[in-house]
Ligand binder design. Structure first.
Ligand code: SF4
Ligand code: SF4
Length: 424
């Protein structure tokens, strides 16, 4: 099996196809700390792409409550168990060594366990390229089962009132996990398809299922570890998130040809979502692009982390982890970068504070930003650290270099003059 380089794991790994990378890659950052689970994103996606017959239980975008919720039910717990069994059988451990590596191409250290591809090979499952399973129909029924159900309080009554909301980790906790297809660098869905019906677009890395080639074998449903391809009974073929590609291509008349963010991003009420395109080198490494907001958040500030990087597909969705959930749970979900990411988010640098203002400032994709420095407006000391806030202004530019966003760190206040223009 060919070897490919996975920078999230800091090492080469097995993948059924040799390296080949797009020019740009669709990517996004979700800030879990801000999500209110209003499901506006979910409904924006559903009312755009999956409102027809046979798509009733198909939620390309879903927001689930962790730790108990999942769509399909228990998807990540099942995958983790399968990987764990594979490691036990092989006498290996799914551990990270954060001391090894460092730098751009190994930011989280080295993952020494097996990915879903390597575990399948090790188990001698010739017919499968990745370990996985096909969820039952029942497991697809609820997009947010166990909504708002917290863990911890029942067993910890005496601590419930006193310590349940004390950082660094709450004793009673849950959080919302927002999920779409990750348009992975090494998609398991694509490599699983015996028909060659799944492809990754060379211009933007979006992963699509060719509806004419698909015969509904459901290998993609089985082997995507994130369970994002879905089978449609009415057409007998599989479907998945298409990253709103007509919008990314600039096909929406609103933006006059400029690339536009997806529906789920643009609709986000909590302003937790920022989506863009990152430029790639021919070997798949991210081209240095310091002023691209995604490059800054993921590669420079390291505040946003991949979801279950140990699966090995190099997902292109990144998350700012929630500050209040127990660290071991978060490390399992986002890898060893969790502590540094939470530290960076708790005491944001001046630049990070400005870049965070770009979330939902515009529907157009921001390719570059500039910051105009403002005055210091606030200072506080916490945990022995002094943190200052500056009223800087961040300006976002579109692909063609047009200004598309201008936001200050401090929200401007407008005070109405004391006149009564309406007496009703
Ligand atoms: S998340 Fe799943 S469906 Fe999406 S590209 Fe990755 S492997 Fe394929
Ligand atoms: S629209 Fe935004 S805030 Fe609302 S559920 Fe979706 S991601 Fe969360």
């Amino acid at each position: 099996m060919p070897k490919v380089y996975n920078w999230q794991l800091g090492r080469d790994m097995d993948y059924p196809y040799p390296e080949k990378h797009p020019q740009w890659q669709f990517a996004f950052v979700f800030n879990i700390n801000r999500c209110i689970a209003c499901q506006t994103c979910t409904m924006a996606c559903k009312s755009t792409w999956t409102f027809s017959k046979g798509q009733e239980y198909m939620w390309w975008n879903n927001v689930e409550t962790k730790p108990y919720g999942g769509y399909p039910q228990g998807w990540d717990v099942k995958l983790l168990e399968m990987l764990d069994q594979a490691h036990q059988k092989a006498g290996r451990q799914a551990v990270w060594d954060p001391q090894q590596g460092g730098g751009e191409q190994q930011p989280y250290g080295v993952y020494e366990g097996m990915t879903v591809f390597e575990a399948a090979r090790h188990a001698g499952k010739r017919e499968e390229v990745a370990v996985g399973y096909e969820p039952s129909e029942d497991e697809w029924r609820f997009p947010n089962i166990h909504e708002d159900t917290a863990t911890g309080s029942r067993d910890q009554k005496e601590k419930f009132n006193l310590e349940s909301t004390t950082l660094p980790a709450h004793h009673t906790w849950f959080f919302y996990l927002q999920r779409i297809c990750n348009h992975c660098t090494y998609p398991a869905c694509l490599s699983a398809c015996p028909r060659g019906a799944i492809y990754k677009r060379p211009e933007d890395g979006i992963v699509l299922i060719d509806q004419k080639r698909c015969r509904g074998y459901r290998k993609c449903v089985m082997q995507c570890p994130y369970k994002k391809p879905m089978f449609r009974a009415s057409t007998r073929v599989s479907e998945k998130c298409i990253a709103c590609y007509p919008r990314i291509e600039g096909g929406d008349p609103l933006t006059e040809g400029e690339p536009m963010e997806t529906r789920c991003m643009a609709a986000c009420v909590g302003k937790i979502r920022l989506q863009g395109l990152v430029r790639l080198e021919s070997d798949g490494a991210w081209a240095e692009d310091r002023q691209n907001p995604l490059y800054f958040l993921i590669k420079v500030a390291k505040v946003a982390l991949p979801l279950y990087p140990q699966f090995g597909t190099e997902p292109n969705g990144y998350y700012i982890p929630p500050r209040w959930a127990p660290r071991p749970y978060l490390r399992q979900m986002f890898g060893p970068g969790v502590d540094a990411a939470i530290e960076a988010y708790t005491f944001p640098s001046r630049e990070l504070m400005a870049v965070l203002q770009l979330f939902r400032a515009t529907q157009r994709i921001v390719f570059r930003y500039e910051i105009v420095e403002g005055e210091k407006v606030f200072e506080r000391t916490a945990n022995g650290q002094t943190w200052s806030m500056y009223n800087d202004t961040i300006i976002g530019f579109s692909k063609s270099g047009k200004e598309v966003a201008r936001v200050s760190v401090e929200e401007p206040k407008f005070i109405r003059p004391d006149v009564h223009s309406n007496l009703i």
